[in-house]
Design a protein around this ligand. Structure first.
Ligand SMILES: [Zn+2]
Ligand SMILES: [Zn+2]
Length: 231
C-alpha cells in the first residue's frame, strides 16, 4: 500500500493497535516490545536453550522430520498481538511481521537455497471464517524480500484438527498425524522452507515436513514468527 492509502485507511500498530501515521509500520514505543529469541538456539528447532545445551527438551525426545528451523520472537512478548492478528481481522500485522522475519533471517534464508516457501495451510473452513491465512501473509512478505517463490495449494489440510492447546502432549502428536496432504503430483522440490506464525511443540511443522519428505523432498526447513518454552 502506498502512503495515500495509509492516509485514507490508516494501518494499525501491531502491538497497541493505535492508528499509525502514513509510512509508519509500528509506533515508536511499541517497537521495543517484541523480544528476539535469546541465544543460544536449539540447533534443530531454534528455540532458546541454556548455555551449553545443543538441543531443546522436545527435540532431544522426539525425532524431527524437519532439518532445522528459525523463529524470530519470543511468543510471550507478542502473545496478544498474535491473537489479534489471527482473530480480529488485522492482516496488516502480518505484513509488518513478515518483513521483520525476512530482514532478520535474510542471510540464513538465502543460504538454504530453497525452491519454495510453503505456508502452513489452514483447514478451508477455518480460512474462510478468518478471511485469510496468517502464515500465507508472512510467506508473501518473506518472498518479496528474498525472491523465493511462495507455493500455495500444494500442501493442503483437508482434515479438521482439534485445537492443539486443548490436548495433552501425546494427543497433540496423534491429532496432527495425517492432518496434511499434497495436492497434485507433478511438483518436484528439493528444498522447502515451511512458514508458520507460532512454533510450539513441533508437531504441526513436523507433520507437514513428514508429508513433504515422503514424496522425496530432501530438505525441509521452517521459519516462524514466534516461539517459546513450555507452550
Ligand atoms: Zn503501538
Ligand atoms: Zn528444539
Amino acid at each position: 500500500m502506498n502512503k495515500w492509502m495509509d492516509f485514507f485507511f490508516p494501518r494499525h500498530c501491531p502491538i497497541c493497535d493505535a492508528a499509525l501515521l502514513p509510512g509508519e509500520r509500528i509506533c515508536a514505543p511499541c517497537g521495543k516490545i517484541p523480544q528476539i529469541v535469546a541465544r543460544p538456539h536449539c540447533e534443530k528447532c531454534g528455540k532458546a536453550v541454556k548455555e551449553g545445551e545443543v538441543y531443546c527438551f522436545d527435540c532431544l525426545r522426539n525425532p524431527r522430520a524437519f532439518d532445522r528451523g528459525f523463529s524470530l520472537y519470543e511468543y510471550k512478548s507478542i502473545h496478544d498481538s498474535v491473537a489479534t492478528y489471527k482473530n480480529m481481522g488485522r492482516p496488516e500485522y502480518g505484513e509488518y511481521y513478515g518483513a521483520k522475519m525476512a530482514e532478520f533471517f535474510k542471510d540464513e534464508l538465502e543460504r538454504l537455497k530453497a525452491d519454495v516457501l510453503i505456508p502452513i495451510p489452514l483447514h478451508p473452513a477455518k480460512e474462510k471464517k478468518r478471511g485469510y491465512n496468517q502464515a500465507l501473509i508472512l510467506a508473501e512478505e518473506i518472498s518479496k524480500a528474498t525472491r523465493i517463490p511462495v507455493l500455495k495449494d500444494y500442501l493442503i489440510r483437508p482434515k479438521r484438527t482439534k485445537n492443539q492447546k486443548s490436548l495433552g502432549r501425546k494427543d497433540r502428536q496423534n491429532n496432527m498425524k495425517k492432518a496434511f496432504q499434497l495436492h497434485g503430483n507433478d511438483v518436484k522440490l528439493e528444498t522447502v522452507i515451511l512458514v508458520d506464525d507460532i512454533y510450539t511443540t513441533g508437531n504441526t511443522i513436523g507433520a507437514a515436513a513428514a508429508v513433504l519428505k515422503s514424496v522425496g523432498v530432501e530438505h525441509v526447513y521452517f521459519i516462524s514468527l514466534a516461539t517459546g518454552r513450555g507452550l
